[in-house]
Design a protein. Structure first.
Lengths: 350, 350
DNA sequence: TGCGGCCATGTTCTTCGTGGACATTTACCG
DNA sequence: CGGTAAATGTCCACGAAGAACATGGCCGCA
């Protein structure tokens, strides 16, 4: 017998407040030319009736959809979730994105697309056509995919590219890699270390260069030498082990090592253990990733925390605020350092 | 100079295929009375033009919105994310929900609401009014909140209650707690254990009872005694420690302990260490949660894996498939066991 | 052969809730 | 009192669904 609940629309508000539809619409869209008295009356009615605009109708009428699409790589995301590890990236992204969207009255829709290039254009086109989002947040590895960026430009949809520093189109939002490396290095220097080894990532990642520069700069500022203290890995475990071995067997065995990925850090830790080196007594270790495994290993590792949530929050704000995605300066967000038990003053100082 | 890209609408498809709007609409909505020839022609045009119906327009026209809302508790979700731990629940939920939605042409919107009761109704009303979802997935602690369920019923929105076994309204979808406990117990029995302690959760959680029953049943089936092998905690660390101590100091010291939360399990592990008990040599330990900390602790713990992803997938399917959320049997999903290093044959057998 | 009836399709119109373009009213100023 | 700008109202478009109804072709049946 219960009647179908009829939603309260702008019409009901108009009737209740005794004004025209358009006036209500103006109030909703914060247009300036509304007398304070009217405004108050309409707002009161909205409040009383619990009116909330339908995003579908708003979108239909040519306004915003108040929807932001977060474009993630399907395989990578699913793999991370299914294996129940390595999802930090996605989590943090959701955290930053969701909250920022909510703050501004937007919603975020997570869209998983295959990187496989045949599908990606079709999938993206379909998503755009169906959702008509006001903005799109691109995450690696999509951030520099020109197929995607061109498509978005064509549709005049604002978008942000997370983890990319290449200027326009869209907003580039990235972490301050050099600053992070500097932060890590300075932390060790402050503890009293003078021989600080650095296991860099592969050269074909731009960020590897930036991180190495940050380390070099911090060392130079402290007047410390860096000869024989740089090794290069490929982010994987085996390469990290080799790099760590090279450093420890080198001319100037470091008392601290910074490694640019969690796998390389864990390899360093393993090697140190095998050689009977106490961590952090004989060797401080610092990771550039802050994955769960790094946090729960013994000892828990001091690590650079990539500000993914802030990055995404930034991206959302830009996308919401500035619908014209023309040339814009990349946004660089500082990293932070979480100090745990794997770094301490070198024993020689104790 | 670039013309504003005009979206391809149902009209373009009709023109391209040389049929009427109505026919296209019939094809899209899978109405039966369309000749195969027509159907193929229209489908070809849709394909060629890359037409995708606008969900906004579909919603406006009284059809579905193809949107599902996942209602999560804001505090709990944010805390989990921010602390970078304990987000497994949300992650798995997203995994199961997102994928299942995508498979069926739906999208999922994650909505965070405060449990604080003043706001919750307003927030939910607003979300419903704005999004007009076809369905809502409720997660603890919302699953049994009558304020929410009534509101959803009133709006005739299909919904599922995850982690709840109380029948209707809406679909209840829960894990097989008793089966999980049985699974855990049988694993230990198969390893050769005969004295298996059980640290249950507090009585005011229904699931505590079910779990205990599962353990009792498995023990009984194997003809093993359970006297003095049951202890009760409150899911917290301290209570777990006390419970473990009670078991180990009891009349029949167990060679294996099942604890119903990660905190109680970790407490058991700590106590075992302090007493010089080797895990799993002297004492096998099995957890009922599978949080990251449980996976990375030493030794990594064998644990019941709650099938959150499947639960959510189930919930989504029901909500999508059956728009009439009248009385329905609760859906029970089996749990699985992930075997790690904390369980082994008791030393006495070696 | 003619008629009723059904199926596939086309035509036309309405609905949904909102924003935009434009028309109209009001108020104030010189 | 005319001019002008601000405040407010009227009407229509947006994209799709679907109802109501018209059409034409085909069938079976007398």
């Amino acid at each position: 017998m219960a009647r179908r609940r009829q939603a309260v629309t702008i019409r009901h508000v108009a009737a209740d407040a005794g004004v025209s539809l358009q006036t209500v619409s103006r109030v909703i869209n914060k247009e300036p030319s509304v007398r304070p008295e009217m405004l108050a009356r309409v707002k009161a009615s909205i409040e009383r009736l619990g009116y909330v605009p339908s995003i579908a109708a708003q979108r239909m009428a040519g306004s915003r959809s108040y929807l932001i699409v977060a474009l993630n790589d399907r395989e990578r995301t699913i793999a991370g979730w299914r294996d129940r590890q390595g999802t930090d990236w996605v989590d943090q992204m959701l955290l930053g994105g969701l909250l920022t969207c909510a703050e501004h009255g937007y919603r975020m829709i997570v869209e998983l697309v295959d990187t496989h290039s045949d599908h990606i254009e079709r999938e993206l086109r379909a998503a755009i056509a169906a959702i008509r989002p006001d903005g799109v947040i691109l995450t690696p590895p999509h951030s520099e995919n020109t197929l995607i960026t061109c498509l978005l430009e064509e549709h005049r949809i604002a978008f942000a590219r997370i983890g990319s520093r290449i200027a326009g189109p869209g907003f580039a939002v990235a972490m301050d890699e050099a600053g992070a490396a500097r932060l890590a290095t300075e932390h060790l220097i402050a503890l009293g270390h003078r021989c600080i080894g650095f296991i860099a990532g592969p050269d074909d990642y731009e960020l590897s260069g930036w991180r190495t520069e940050g380390w070099l700069a911090a060392m130079a500022d402290a007047g410390l030498p860096t000869d024989d203290l740089l090794a290069v890995g490929d982010f994987g475990f085996a390469s990290g082990r080799a790099a760590a071995a090279a450093l420890l067997d080198g001319a100037v065995p470091p008392t601290a090592i910074i490694a640019c990925s969690d796998q390389m850090t864990l390899a360093t830790l393993e090697l140190a253990r095998e050689r009977g080196l106490d961590v952090p007594g004989d060797l401080s270790i610092l990771s550039f990733d802050d994955t769960p495994i790094v946090r729960f290993v013994a000892p828990p590792l001091t690590a650079i925390v990539q500000p993914i949530a802030e990055l995404t929050a930034c991206a959302v704000k830009r996308v919401i605020g500035d619908p014209a995605p023309e040339a814009a300066e990349p946004i660089i967000v500082p990293a932070t350092l979480t100090i745990r038990a794997s770094t301490a003053a070198p024993r020689s100082l104790a």
